[in-house]
Every structure is written in C-alpha cells, then in structure tokens.
Design a protein around this ligand. Structure first.
Ligand SMILES: Cc1cc2nc3c(=O)[nH]c(=O)nc-3n(C[C@H](O)[C@H](O)[C@H](O)COP(=O)(O)OP(=O)(O)OC[C@H]3O[C@@H](n4cnc5c(N)ncnc54)[C@H](O)[C@@H]3O)c2cc1C
Length: 400
C-alpha cells in the first residue's frame, strides 16, 4: 500500500542477488496481470486455466535450484505465487517440485531424454500419485497399490520381465484429471522382495486400465483439479520404472524438498492475508473512523505480521541450510508444522477483520482462509510433522 511498509518487514528479499530480485519483480508483474484479476473466478467455478501453461513456462522458473538460483529464491517464488493464488502455486509445485524433480532425481538417461525438456516447459504435465483412499498419513507402511512384474509374451510373473501390472487406487492426486503422466508408487507383489519394497513408475495417463474422476465439492484449492484414480491391470513397461527406487525411504529427499515448498506456501498465505486485511482495515469505516484506528484491529494486524515475519525468518534460515545441503527431515517438519500453525491463526484473524465480507470470495480473504486448510493438511499434516519433530527431540515415536 502507498507509503506503508511491505509485509516483508525485515527485508528478507534483500538477501537475494540482484538478478534474483529482478526475476522476482518480473514474476510479480506477471502474477498481477495474468492471475490476480481472474483467480477468484477460476476458484468459484473450480476451473483450471489451462491456457496459462505456455505463459507460466515462459517465466523459466521451474525447478530454480536446477537453474542455479538459491533456495531462498526458489522458496520466495512459491510464496509470491501463493500470495496471489494458492491454487496456481500448488499446480506449479506438484508439477515441478514433485514430477519434474523426480525425473531429475530418479530418471534414467532415456527417461530424461524423453520427458524432461517437455515437462520443464509444460508441454506435458505431470502428477504425483502417492495417497490412497485408505491410506494418507500411513501410506508409507500401508500402501495397497500393487505392482507385479511379468513377461509380456507369457503373461506370467517373471523377475526379469519387461512389463509391470499395476492394480490399486490413488486419491487426492493434484493435476490428476488432465495430466499426461503420473508418478505412481506401488508395493512390489513379489514374495521374494524385501518387506516394504516400493516401486515408482512413470505412468502414461492414457494407458488402458487407468480411470480418473475429479473430486468435487472441495472447500479449498478449488482451481486445482484433484482426482481419484483407479488402476486396473495397467501394463507399464519396465523402461518406465524408476530403477533407483526400491523403498519408500528413497523418496525422502524428494518429499523433503516439496515439504519445504509447502511451508513456503504457508508463508505466502500469511503475506496475502496481511495484505488484504491491512488494506481493508485502512479503507473500511465504522463508527465514523477507519477500522485501522481501533486498537484491537491494530493488535490483530500486528499479530498477523509477526506470524508472517517469524515464518519467513524460519524459512530463510532453512533455505541457507538447504544451500549447504544440511536441511534434515526434522528441521523441515518443524518448519512445515510451525508455519502452518501460524498460518491458521493469521488467516483466521484476517477473516475476522473483514467481518461479513470475509465470507465471500469477492474480497479475496474467504479464499485465502479456505485454501489455508489444504496447506495445513497436505505434504504431511500438521500433526504428522509435529510428531516427526517430537520423535527427533525425545527419541520416542508417538506416530504409531
Ligand atoms: C487439496 C489436497 C491436495 C493433495 N494433493 C495430493 C497429491 O497431489 N498427491 C498425493 O499423493 N496426495 C495428495 N494429497 C493427500 C495428502 O497428502 C493427504 O491428505 C495427507 O497426507 C493426509 O492424509 P489423509 O487425508 O488420508 O488423512 P488421514 O491420514 O486419514 O488423517 C486424518 C487426521 O488424523 C491425523 N492423524 C493421522 N495419523 C495420526 C497419528 N499417528 N497421530 C496423530 N494424528 C494423526 C491427521 O493429522 C489428520 O488430522 C492432497 C490432499 C489435499 C487435501
């Protein structure tokens, strides 16, 4: 707002290089012109703006670390996107931080040759299919989707077979209704495998036996297309398996990275809530004076700002640890649980400052308030991330 300080109250952005600051400014212009005016409408109609894909690709902001940017920059990109529209940020995160990063991390040379360039420039889109109807928080141990290796010529189980047969179901899969490819995680049926052997496959979404349906009536991230997906005897070539994955732990590095990005979403969500609530408080008059003149409203705004800046500070330090290759899972889990708890308080205060107008998406805050609930729950719920930290600091697990 004119003449008033930004929500980045401690100027964390000034820690970026001048090139990164310029790129972030370019992103802000894009978001203001191409997303902000339309985001509530897409959300209300639960429609994904597919026409934006070439424009998003032209920003050249996918997987910033692979492009030589700092981890602080990568985080601020997601925070800024979230600040304007949580759904677009989530699409971006699922596609780039889960699908594309998986190709970088686990893909063979030929898988990369075939998919990486198109995926990085959004000519093809991807999803990450891990959660199941019966298994969310406990999916690592409870996964029911099964993979059986066979010989395509005999159809019989074969340890050296050229084909896998997938059976099972996944739920909540972001981009799942329209994606070209999905990374599907499945337990190896072979009784001779080590217990807990999990395989990862790049599944062409048009393969026979794949059926997907949109999850309707969501109260958060309505623009994101989440799907229920069923796999019935889906035949996937051995060439489409991630050869480097044999247990769930192998995905930890990947999930650590995407969890960090979701914590950055919790930052962006708070920046958005503060922006909207402050503007409203300054412009809205009651009792013949602006809301901003009431002490209780000022206190609420300052609590929101303090939460946002504390979250930003925690994430900026985590980004430094990432730059040094030293961010471990308990640190990441603390960041996700803390920022999302602060976020829940921040968006609730923001919603309250808008009074009745905080109930309708026309004023943005209702959407910010509702979208925060998805951030609170996905990429390890608040509770699960809290218990990961609890286990690290006590040496005792309370998860199971
Ligand atoms: C909008 C949205 C998008 C998503 N996108 C994807 C996606 O793209 N790909 C994908 O694979 N998944 C996705 N998910 C799934 C998401 O990761 C799961 O929702 C999340 O892991 C929680 O699982 P659940 O919903 O099955 O809840 P449950 O695991 O059933 O948990 C229900 C409640 O119980 C709590 N709980 C569970 N176990 C414990 C415990 N041991 N101690 C204390 N509390 C516990 C949880 O914290 C939660 O509050 C998405 C989810 C949402 C809502």
């Amino acid at each position: 707002m004119n003449g008033l300080p930004t929500a980045d109250f401690f100027a964390f952005e000034s820690l970026l290089s001048s090139k990164e600051q310029a790129k972030l400014a370019e992103l802000r212009e894009f978001l203001a012109a191409e997303i902000a005016p339309y985001a509530s409408d897409w959300w209300n109609r639960a429609e994904f703006p597919a026409h934006l894909l070439p424009k998003l690709a032209a920003l050249e902001l996918s997987t910033p670390a692979q492009r030589g940017y700092s981890n602080l920059f990568a985080g601020l990109v997601i925070a800024e996107m979230t600040r304007v529209d949580t759904s677009i940020a989530t699409f971006f995160l699922v596609h780039h931080d889960l699908f594309v990063e998986s190709l970088y991390g686990f893909g063979s040379a030929s898988q990369k040759d075939r998919l990486l360039a198109d995926a990085s420039s959004l000519r093809i889109t991807g999803a990450f299919a891990l959660t199941e109807p019966g298994h969310g928080s406990d999916v690592a141990g409870g996964m029911e989707t099964r993979a059986r290796r066979i010989s395509s010529s005999t159809g019989e189980p074969d340890d050296d077979g050229d084909t896998w047969v997938l059976n099972g179901a996944k739920r909540w899969i972001g981009n799942g209704t329209f994606c070209d490819y999905m990374l599907v995680w499945a337990r190896d049926e072979d009784p001779h495998c080590a217990p807990g052997t999990v395989r990862g496959f790049i599944v062409d979404a048009s393969l026979p036996g794949v059926s997907r349906s949109r999850i309707e009536n969501k109260i958060a991230l309505r623009t994101v297309q989440n799907a229920d997906i069923v796999f019935e005897d889906v035949r996937v070539a051995e060439a489409d398996r991630f050869a480097g994955i044999s247990s769930f732990e192998d995905t930890n590095h990947l999930l650590r990275g995407s969890r960090i990005m979701v914590a950055w979403q919790a930052v962006g969500q708070q920046l958005a809530a503060f922006d909207v609530a402050r503007q409203y408080a300054v412009e809205r008059h009651q009792f013949g004076r602006p809301l901003a003149k009431f002490q209780l409203i000022q206190q609420q705004l300052v609590t929101m700002l303090g939460n946002a800046v504390a979250s930003l500070g925690m994430m900026a330090r985590l980004a430094q640890l990432q730059d040094d290759g030293a961010a471990d899972m308990p640190q990441v889990a603390l960041a996700k649980s803390c920022t999302s708890a602060r976020m829940r308080e921040t968006v609730a205060l923001g919603r309250s400052i808008l009074g009745g107008n905080g109930m309708v998406t026309d004023y943005r805050m209702a959407k910010i308030f509702a979208d925060a609930e998805a951030i609170y729950t996905y990429e390890g719920s608040y509770e699960i991330n809290t218990l990961i930290v609890g286990r690290a600091v006590t040496g005792v697990s309370a998860i199971v």
